[in-house]
Design a protein around this ligand. Structure first.
Ligand SMILES: Cc1cc2nc3c(=O)[nH]c(=O)nc-3n(C[C@H](O)[C@H](O)[C@H](O)COP(=O)(O)O)c2cc1C
Length: 148
């Protein structure tokens, strides 16, 4: 029954800083589309940078990535990880969301390394394993405090 899914992780930079109203609007549209198209994942926002995990049927994920890439609300979209897998890391979230702010940084000092610079691809590319670690750490937070 389980079809292999594509999991894709990218980072990008907001062209203008997002406020909470703009983020809510983005998430509302994203979650509606994702629920209808079997897409799950997580979005992190830190100091004007995004890190997003998209999971779902390969073609759907690739098409969505192309749409997201063309979105003028951000640029510098760089794919960091792309893998075929049997199971999803975020099966319960049509798009979990975390704002990575000072509070997150102080309550999770073990993650400070990841935010010492930003989510820029230059920062993450040599660290694909830590990216996986980071995402799983936030998945644990999603389980503790459901984000979607
Ligand atoms: C950082 C970021 C993440 C996004 N994530 C999603 C998503 O998970 N699902 C989705 O449908 N749209 C997402 N969007 C919105 C799409 O880029 C796009 O605006 C939306 O799919 C509507 O596309 P359309 O204007 O071509 O119809 C995201 C946009 C940004 C800037």
């Amino acid at each position: 029954m389980d079809q292999p899914i594509l999991q894709l992780v990218y980072s990008s930079r907001a062209t203008e800083p997002f406020n909470s109203v703009q983020m809510e609007a983005l998430l509302e549209g994203a979650r509606r589309f994702n629920a209808e198209h079997d897409i799950t994942g997580m979005l992190l926002y830190a100091d004007g940078h995004f890190l997003q995990v998209l999971e779902g049927p390969q073609e759907t994920v690739e098409t969505l990535l192309a749409r997201i890439d063309a979105d003028p609300r951000h640029d510098h979209v760089r794919v960091l990880l792309r893998s075929q897998r049997a199971h999803r890391d975020f099966p319960d979230w049509h798009m979990a969301y975390h704002l990575v702010d000072e509070a997150t940084r102080s309550t999770h000092p073990e993650l400070a390394f990841f935010f010492s610079d930003d989510f820029s691809a230059e920062h993450f590319l040599p660290w694909s394993t830590p990216v996986g670690y980071l995402l799983l750490a936030f998945r644990a937070m999603s389980i503790q405090a459901p984000a979607a």
